[in-house]
Design a protein. Structure first.
Length: 407
């Protein structure tokens, strides 16, 4: 039960929610993008193959996925605030372990701890939006948080490129802990508990199985979770392979690679801003259907250029910006959509959807670790596949089942 002191705490203002959400969700690109420019150097320092370096990212994503699956129901049972505080603390421990790692195994261990802490940040951030707002309003608030995420995604590769090129990859990893510390301080200082009614049965195995089974059978959850999974799959393909493509295949420097990565984040940020306008004008489902055209054009455009022999940084950058513009609309709509029908189990719904996306990303990472061959084709062809899948879901399942309930 919620204590009397918790019940007297007023709901946070929209401004506090927006800033907190931006920090909690923004920790995800900070965790991945800040150290991407240093990934080839990291691999060389530890004498590992590309696949071993990829495992530092894949292990984080796997821990992120399983962490969400556990921490979503935990937050439904005990509240968002204690899960956030514990998770962000664990993230900072993982940061220290990663930045001081003396071998690949120790680095992977630290990244796993970061992944679990990141799971707490993201799953509770998404769930608290459903705690506080109806689905339509929640989509608008989520898009604002995603705009904040876009700013972090914009700054992270630029800062990571400078840090990796001057001080080394360890400093890039250490910097991720600063963002987590700021988020921890804000949650402790300004964010009250947002869960109005805790679910004492949320962690019972039979109840969890029934809850997840019902979600997997729900057509609205199917539509939005698949959209998120495929769109994020395309983004992750770029994140996991772009440092090797830009730096080793195309010969760009680390700071210049950071600029190219940042340009994709600018497009994502623009997508989140346009998303709010399109939702007001066209509704959520039609907004996503329009965004899917961008996803498809970006993915197929990049593949067509590479198949046609146009191999250059701009032939990667411009199509990726088009894809990311669409992704900037899919994310806020999808993240609000998956929790929309489940007001009493928003943590579990956010967790299950997040796990699906993270599991897909882990498999993509394993594939890319074997497929990267000194050409651009593993990136361009894999992105094309996910762009087609994203558009197919948007134009079928989301069109039929994507409109959220009124409450």
């Amino acid at each position: 039960m919620t204590s009397a002191s918790e019940r007297r705490v007023p709901a946070p203002s929209d401004a506090v929610v927006a800033v907190t959400l931006a920090l909690l969700l923004g920790l995800q690109p900070v965790t991945t993008d800040l150290y991407l420019p240093g990934l080839p150097a990291l691999s060389a320092e530890f004498g590992g193959a590309i696949g071993a370096a990829q495992l530092t990212l894949s292990s984080l994503i796997l821990a992120f996925g399983f962490g969400q699956l556990l921490l979503g129901p935990v937050s439904d049972r005990f509240g968002r605030r204690p899960v956030l505080l514990s998770g962000l603390g664990l993230y900072m421990v993982g940061t220290v372990c990663s930045a001081h790692a003396t071998g690949m195994e120790a680095l992977i261990f630290g990244r796993v701890l970061q992944g679990v802490g990141l799971a707490a940040s993201v799953v509770c951030g998404r769930a608290m939006v459903r705690d506080l707002y109806d689905p339509l309003r929640g989509t608008v608030v989520m898009s604002r948080g995603q705009s904040g995420l876009g700013l972090f995604a914009l700054a992270s590769p630029l800062l990571g490129g400078v840090l990796a090129g001057t001080l080394g990859w360890r400093w890039a990893l250490a910097t991720t802990g600063i963002v987590a510390a700021v988020a921890l301080a804000l949650v402790a200082w300004r964010l009250p508990e947002t869960l109005r009614q805790r679910n004492p049965l949320a962690l019972q195995p039979a109840g969890m199985a029934r809850t997840w089974g019902g979600m997997l059978r729900h057509p609205t959850f199917q539509a939005w979770s698949l959209l998120l999974m495929f769109s994020y799959g395309g983004l992750y393909t770029f994140l996991a392979s772009s440092s090797f493509v830009y730096i080793e295949v195309l010969g760009t420097s680390k700071p210049v690679y950071g600029l190219f990565l940042a340009s994709a984040s600018v497009a994502y940020l623009a997508g989140t801003i346009v998303c709010r306008r399109w939702i007001a004008r066209h509704g959520i489902s039609r907004t996503v259907q329009r965004a899917a055209a961008c996803s498809l054009a970006g993915g197929l455009g990049m593949a067509a250029l590479s198949w046609g022999g146009v191999i250059s940084p701009w032939a990667i950058c411009i199509p990726q910006m088009v894809f990311n513009f669409g992704h900037g609309m899919h994310q806020p709509c999808g993240q609000a959509g998956v929790v929309g029908p489940f007001a009493q189990a928003a943590g579990a719904a956010s967790a299950l959807s997040g796990f699906m996306s993270a599991a897909a990303a882990f498999l993509i990472g394993q594939w890319l670790g074997r497929a990267i061959d000194g050409t651009v084709f593993p990136l361009t062809q894999t992105l094309a596949v996910f762009s087609v899948l994203t558009a197919a879901v948007a134009w079928t399942l989301v069109r039929r089942h994507g409109e959220p309930p009124s409450r």
